[in-house]
Design a protein around this ligand. Structure first.
Ligand SMILES: Nc1nc2c(ncn2[C@@H]2O[C@H](COP(=O)(O)OP(=O)(O)OP(=O)(O)O)[C@@H](O)[C@H]2O)c(=O)[nH]1
Ligand SMILES: [Zn+2]
Length: 370
């Protein structure tokens, strides 16, 4: 697990990572950190085929054919590698490229998972390596380059490797609920932290407490962004839970529906060119919703909570919690106000993601925001 954590950090820092697998080995570089000098360094270390790895979401968004569930590997002309890769994956609006591609192998898909876990763009350059690549062998031996096995990547992804541990807690009176307790959980690999906010006195909660499961949104939660409804949902949920006699708010480190803040801002840039929130994420290489809820269910389990009334408009959250053994006794809507900046976002959620928002988006936007 330690090695995988270092692999994530190395990819984020623009360092190559060596991945061994049953059929051989490859050196991978995060596409978003690619430069001519990094490519030249990688070429001096690895003597084999060079290719671009991209997800099926990205491939489909730029008009390439993919088999269901299969990511793609696109062989690159080594003389022109950086330019081609950047055209295919770096220029985010390119849609016309039709390169020769094959389905990504399991090890290549695992490498793409690493990029996703590192909240980088899920696109990598992979170069096959051989036992007689001497400079690479030396760099791995002296710790310059990290080598991980694909089995380690799979093992780190398994659910119990992500089990959250309760780390610390404190009473924090809030404007909307004076009696509130923050409990911080850290995932087993040490990377992500989530908060359980206990609203009211748990000894006097209703038999079936309310639960708001809220994904982090720095722009909305902290700055009151008008592009979404998150900040209002967050604060109104705390007040509503308090009014209903108490319950839980899980504040989950799932910024940008799990794609991370850097990618959410990229997605906003694409939305400004005309794409909706789903297509923007796909063009970047992500699915419509990359969030997983095992950790949330494990936090509830640790808190002794197995039955809740869920505050959400998202049917996917109900299904996910039920899949992980939490009983959903009822659902309460939780809305922010519609404005001219979030109207399209909320309409897309209603029309393309199946959110129960019809009442909200059918109203026309009233007073314009300042
Ligand atoms: N990728 C992406 N994420 C966004 C965008 N706008 C908001 N978000 C993220 O979407 C998530 C919204 O979280 P929630 O409000 O908990 O979830 P939800 O799916 O809207 O469901 P409910 O609010 O429970 O109905 C947050 O992580 C935001 O950062 C966007 O345009 N693109
Ligand atoms: Zn938001």
């Amino acid at each position: 697990m330690q090695r995988i954590r270092r692999a994530l950090i190395d990819l984020r820092r623009g360092e190559p990572v060596h991945v061994t697998h049953p059929a051989g080995a490859m050196l991978v570089l995060a596409l978003e950190n690619l430069s001519d000098s990094l490519m030249a360094r990688a070429r001096s270390l690895a003597s084999g085929e060079v290719r671009l790895l991209m997800t099926r979401h990205r491939a489909r968004a730029i008009g390439m054919e993919t088999a269901p569930g299969e990511d793609l590997a696109v062989p690159l002309d080594t003389d022109d590698g950086v330019a081609t890769a950047v055209t295919l994956a770096g220029d985010l609006t390119t849609r016309s490229a039709e390169p020769v591609a094959r389905n990504a192998r399991a090890d290549e898909q695992a490498a793409l998972d690493l990029a996703r876990q590192a909240t980088l763009l899920p696109a990598l350059i992979a170069l096959d390596t051989h036992d007689d690549d001497r400079a690479l062998v030396d760099d791995i031996r002296n710790g310059e380059i990290l080598s991980v096995d694909v089995a380690d990547i799979h093992a780190a992804g398994i659910e119990n490797a992500r089990q959250p541990e309760r780390i610390s807690e404190a009473q924090v009176p809030l404007a909307d609920s004076e009696q509130s307790r923050f409990i911080l959980y850290r995932e087993a690999d040490g990377l992500l932290e989530h908060v359980a906010l206990m609203v009211g006195d748990p000894d006097h909660w209703p038999d079936t407490p309310a639960l708001r499961m809220h994904s982090a949104c720095l722009t909305g939660d902290l700055f009151g962004s008008l592009r979404c409804d998150c900040g209002e949902q967050l604060r109104s949920a705390v007040g509503t839970i308090a009014d209903e006699g108490g319950g839980i708010l899980l504040y989950l480190a799932q910024e940008g529906r799990g794609i991370g803040l850097a990618n959410k801002l990229r997605a906003y840039g694409l939305q400004d060119t005309g794409l909706d929130t789903v297509d923007a994420d796909r063009l970047l290489g992500f699915g419509a919703d990359e969030r997983r809820y095992e950790v949330a269910a494990a936090m509830l389990d640790d808190l002794g909570i197995s039955r809740v009334r869920l505050m959400t408009n998202n049917p996917g959250k109900i299904a996910a919690l039920e899949r992980h053994g939490i009983q959903i006794a009822g659902r309460e809507a939780v809305h922010g106000a519609l404005n001219r900046h979030n109207e399209r976002y909320l309409t897309t959620k209603a029309e393309r993601a199946g959110h129960w928002l019809d009442d909200v988006v059918s109203q026309s936007v009233g007073e314009q925001p300042r």
